[in-house]
Structures are given as C-alpha cells and as structure tokens.
Design a protein around this ligand. Structure first.
Ligand code: IMP
Ligand code: MG
Length: 442
C-alpha cells in the first residue's frame, strides 16, 4: 500500500495541519519526517484549537500510531511541554513514538541561532530562533546528539563533554557569550531522556513493517517547498536535512522512494511568507493587504500570524509560477486548496501567471536571488464572488466566480483540486475526490 505525503506548496503555513488531520482518518500511521519545532500547525477540532510544533497532527485520531521520524530534530523541553498540554486537554499520547535516530536541539542551538542572525547582517534569514538550523548543521557536521544518546548515561556524558567543549569555544571566542555549564546540561538532558524514554522506539522498523502489512502511512511535511534547502528560494530557506519536499519523506522515516505513491500538495488560495527573502507577489500596503492578513471577517484566530513566532505574515497574490514549480518538484498528485473564504471580500483577484525578467517573459523559478528580486509578476485578473462561502460543502454550491478561480489554479498546477477549505473548522471543507478511494467523511 502506498505512503501518502502531505507537503506545503508555498512558503509554509498553507494549512497542512487540517489537511493531515482530514487524511489521517484513512491511515494507521502518521509520521513527521523533517524539520523541528520551527514548524507550527494549527488544528481546530471538537476539542478546541491546538497549536502543534512536533507531535504529528494525527494525534487527535486516537487509535493511530503517531511517529516523530528520524529526520526530525527535537527540542526535548518543547516536546515534553506539548505532550503535557495534550494530556491536560484529554488527548492521549499513548501511541506516540519517537525515533531513536532523531537529533536533539541542545541549549547552545537557540543561542547560536540568534547570535548568528546578528552576525550575518544583511544575510540574516529571519529564522524562528528555535535552534532548528544549528541543530541540522550539527547533524551534517557529525557532532549532533541523537535521542538514543540521551538514554545511555555514560555515552551521553562522554559525548556531551566533547561537544560542549567545542561549542563553548564557539560561544566564547566567536560570539563573546558566556559558556554553558556541563553539569547543568547533563542533569537536565538526562532527565529529558527519561521523560521521553517510554516513547522512544525503532520507528524505522515500525514504519517498514506497517508498509509491508499494507497499511496506509501518512507522511506529514513541515514548512513549504519554497523553504527547501536545495530547491527553495536559497538562502532564505530552512535547514532541514532531509528535504522538506516530498522526496524527503522517504528518508525521514526510513522508507524507500517506491513507497511514496501519492503526494497531496497543500496550497493557500493566496501567498504568504514569514521571514526574509524575495516574494514577487507581495502586497505591502492597502486594503487588500489587510483583508488577506486578517482573514475571514477578521475573526479572532484566522489571521495570518505565525503559529510558532506570532509574527505577522507577509501576504500577496497567488504565485502561479512558483506553485507550478513546486507541484512538479514534489510530484503532486492531488491538491488541497486552503482559505478560499479569505478572498470572499475582494472585488477582483489577481493570479501571477509569469514573471517579467529583464524584458523576457519567464514561467520558471529565477536562477539567483538577485534575479528573483528583479522578477516582476505578470498578473491575470479574475472577478471576485463577493459573498460568504464558509457554509459551502459542495463544489456546485460555490459561486461561479469562485469555481472559476479554483479551475484556473487547477490549470496552472496541472493537477486536480480534491479539497477546498472554506473556514478553520474541521467540517468547513469541500471534498471533491477522496485520494484514498474510500468514503468521504469530512
Ligand atoms: P528556521 O527554520 O528557523 O531556520 O527559519 C528559516 C526560514 O524558514 C525563516 O524565513 C522562517 O520564517 C521560515 N520558517 C521556518 N519554519 C516555518 C514554518 O513552519 N512556517 C513558515 N515559515 C517557516
Ligand atoms: Mg506553520
């Protein structure tokens, strides 16, 4: 049976959480495969509103196995906090599993994350400051500490001593910051290890066995494809290894690429970005910016503010050039289009269909950062629908103009739109084709 990957087609915050939440009803295993707690999913269900950073969104479907895969980096304090929050609100974490291979965010990582942003000057990325980037490059630098290491006291003591000696040199000599104390970290992280121990497992074998038994496995992407280290808008990207694009899903849980048969691409009906970097279709002032940022009628909680950092997101028109690029990059087989309702108040809606770059019309990603900054969007303008759509549950009940907008996006992506969200609640969605071929139960 296939594994299904759910990825973000833009710069993150496309609404993957609710799409994963929906599809997870058909799967028995739900796994996160990359990134760290720089990611944030908002999920609204009958228990209320939840912000998740590490635990897979499948946790709300009680009987499913939820895995934090080998490709994820874990801040233990944040994970323990998240587990406590879920438990307190009556959500069982009994079926949560943490990969013993996952890397651990250590106390020096957030410190270096922030210090480095300052040192980078104009090259600052606008990171989330969570230490995720530095944890990934310690992984690549082969000095990272993995979850399994925390569970072996003697080994951890030895590894920490060596790693900290090096990191304290970096903190003091490079950043002129005070050193960190070995004993404090040893005690604290040994304690974290013990708190995580009940969840730690050989998740690679678990996922492989589930695949062999023919179970559906859902791989939950974090961030968006345009933030991918290799194929995104470098250097304004995130540091996840494996990639945040769909192909990374196989590596990040320990499956072969042939296991990935379906890819759900989640696209917001417009464009947002947090952090620095070029965004050709950005709107920087005026009513349209406010409308897009504040969401449906400005209702509390629906606005464009980061789940992790609370930062206001940059907003703009749907960028068809980038969207088609990421659809092909990920091998998207099914599209979920989110927040269509946020466009309802607009008189007309623009869609970027090409860029003008140095007097040429192009429809591909500009090759360099400078070219990307020079690229001017070429827009097509579509009529708005001027009415509320949050109650619509069938495609046929959408206003003609809204259907026209959806169809245009379908044409640009070259992939069918199977799900449209029209509000933040679980049931506020239009599902036109079930990617699992089963019954449709929103
Ligand atoms: P980092 O991942 O914290 O190093 O940040 C690198 C870039 O990715 C910054 O522009 C962040 O704002 C962005 N980023 C990281 N995680 C997310 C996310 O979950 N949603 C949207 N943007 C993100
Ligand atoms: Mg997010």
């Amino acid at each position: 049976m296939p594994a299904v990957v759910v990825i973000g087609g833009q710069w993150g915050d496309e609404g993957k959480g609710r799409v994963v939440d929906f599809h997870s009803q058909y799967c028995s295993v739900i796994a996160r495969y990359s990134a760290g707690n720089n990611a944030g999913h908002t999920i609204i269900n009958d228990r209320g509103k939840f912000a998740l950073h590490l635990v897979p969104a499948g946790i709300f479907r009680g009987e499913k196995a939820c895995i934090i895969g080998n490709g994820v980096v874990i801040d233990p304090a944040k994970l323990i906090e998240e587990i406590a929050m879920l438990t307190e609100r009556g959500v069982s974490t009994a079926r949560l599993m943490i990969s013993e291979h996952a890397h651990v965010i250590m106390p020096w990582h957030p410190i270096i994350d922030r210090a480095e942003e300052t040192l980078k000057g104009d090259l600052a990325i606008g990171t989330t400051g969570t230490g995720t980037g530095p944890a990934f490059y310690d992984k690549v630098g082969r000095i990272g500490i993995r979850v399994a290491d925390l569970l072996d006291r003697e080994f951890f003591a030895w590894k920490l001593r060596n790693a900290l000696e090096y990191k304290n040199r970096v903190l003091q000599d490079l950043y002129h910051l005070p050193p960190l104390d070995y004993d404090t970290i040893l005690t604290q992280y040994t304690e974290y290890g013990e708190r995580m121990r009940p969840y730690v497992a050989d998740t690679i074998s678990y996922v492989q066995d589930a695949d062999e038994r023919g179970e559906f496995i859902l791989l939950e992407g974090a961030q968006g494809s345009l933030l991918d280290l290799d194929t995104g808008t470098y250097p304004y990207v995130t540091s996840s290894v494996p990639a945040s694009v769909a192909a990374g899903g196989a590596i990040g849980v320990g499956l072969g690429p042939t296991a990935l048969e379906r890819v759900v691409g989640v696209y917001k009906s417009y464009q947002t970005r947090v952090g620095n970097g070029p965004m050709p279709t950005e709107i920087t002032s005026g009513d349209e910016m406010v409308m897009l940022r504040e969401g449906t009628g400005g209702a509390a909680g629906t606005g464009e503010y980061g789940t992790t950092t609370g930062r206001a997101r940059r907003v703009g028109w749907f960028d068809g050039v980038l969207a088609r690029y990421t659809a092909r990059l990920n091998g998207v087989t099914s599209v979920a289009l989110t927040r269509l309702d946020s466009l309802s108040a607009l008189e007309s809606i623009k869609v970027c269909v090409a860029y003008e770059l140095d007097d040429q019309r192009i429809t591909t990603l500009p090759p360099t950062l400078r070219a990307m900054e020079r690229a001017k969007p070429i827009y097509e303008e579509l009529p708005g629908w001027g009415q509320d759509v949050t109650h619509v549950r069938h495609l046929g009940d959408l206003p003609t103009e809204a259907r026209q907008y959806v169809r245009r996006i379908e044409q640009i992506l070259g992939v069918q739109v199977d799900m449209i969200s029209v509000g933040p609640e679980r049931h506020q969605a239009i599902v036109t084709r079930d990617v699992f071929g089963g019954s449709i139960d929103v």
